[in-house]
Design a protein. Structure first.
Length: 125
């Protein structure tokens, strides 16, 4: 059960990596790098963080037990899906970008707090 749970993060991570790399190629071809902050956030939070979440849940299987890790997974995904367009829109001059980026950012930090709690509980002696 825990290994398959970690695999959710690995699958999400590679999906975000593919999207982020494609976005980077698009920016290079178009010579429009206006949304590079969103591209960077997608690769850091989508690719790197999701892969690390998966690795830590795999290394500390007790941390993946229970309901909180599942809430963490879905909250982290939702936060990213809201934050990235928000950052892209904000850096493109759209007024809707800032509120989306703010909501996504707050959800991201809440997801990290849940992750911290699951790791703390799952690694207690």
């Amino acid at each position: 059960m825990n290994e398959s749970f970690a695999n959710r993060y690995f699958r999400a991570a590679v999906l975000y990596a593919l999207i982020g790399m494609s976005w980077g190629i698009y920016m290079a071809i178009s010579e429009d790098h206006g949304t590079y902050p969103a591209h960077a956030h997608l690769l850091l939070l989508g690719w790197a963080s999701m892969a690390l979440y998966g690795a830590i849940y795999r290394l500390c299987p007790k941390a993946a037990d229970g309901t909180l890790p599942r809430i963490h997974f879905w909250l982290a995904q939702a936060a990213l899906v809201v934050m990235i367009p928000g950052v892209a829109l904000a850096h493109s001059g759209h007024a809707m970008g800032e509120p989306l980026a703010a909501v996504g950012s707050l959800a991201t930090i809440l997801a990290m707090a849940l992750f911290a709690l699951t790791v703390w509980r799952g690694t207690a002696a």
